[in-house]
Design a binder for this molecule. Structure first.
Ligand SMILES: C[C@H](O)[C@H](O)[C@H]1CNC2=NC(N)=NC(=O)C2=N1
Length: 95
């Protein structure tokens, strides 16, 4: 999988709100009403990640969820990260 260049990453980020590019990964944070809502979304993301065979680096504290996406094998950001980011946005928007 081809590693995207800085300018390709910045260009693609304009199409997804709320994500930023830093430290060789794209990041976002979400805040939910409570832990149950956060964990429920995480479970849905987990099943989609498994289907894509591409997995988020994330952390959850109570109602907050921080997500970072990068392609470990490529040592940077690839189409797989933008595909998973779009999937995550679709899951959140369906809430
Ligand atoms: C064999 C398996 O598909 C690979 O190890 C996948 C699994 N999930 C992955 N997830 C992420 N974020 N980066 C990877 O390089 C990666 N590799």
């Amino acid at each position: 999988m081809k590693k995207l260049t800085d300018s390709e990453i910045k260009e693609r980020l304009t199409a997804i709100d709320g994500w930023e590019y830093e430290n060789n990964a794209i990041h976002t944070t979400f805040e939910f009403n409570d832990f149950k809502d956060a964990f429920s979304v995480m479970t849905r993301i987990a099943f989609e990640a498994e289907l894509q065979q591409h997995h988020p680096d994330w952390s959850n504290v109570f109602n907050k969820l921080q997500i970072s996406l990068s392609t470990h094998d490529a040592g940077g950001i690839t189409d797989k990260d933008f595909k998973l980011a779009k999937t995550i946005e679709d899951i959140i928007e369906g809430e």
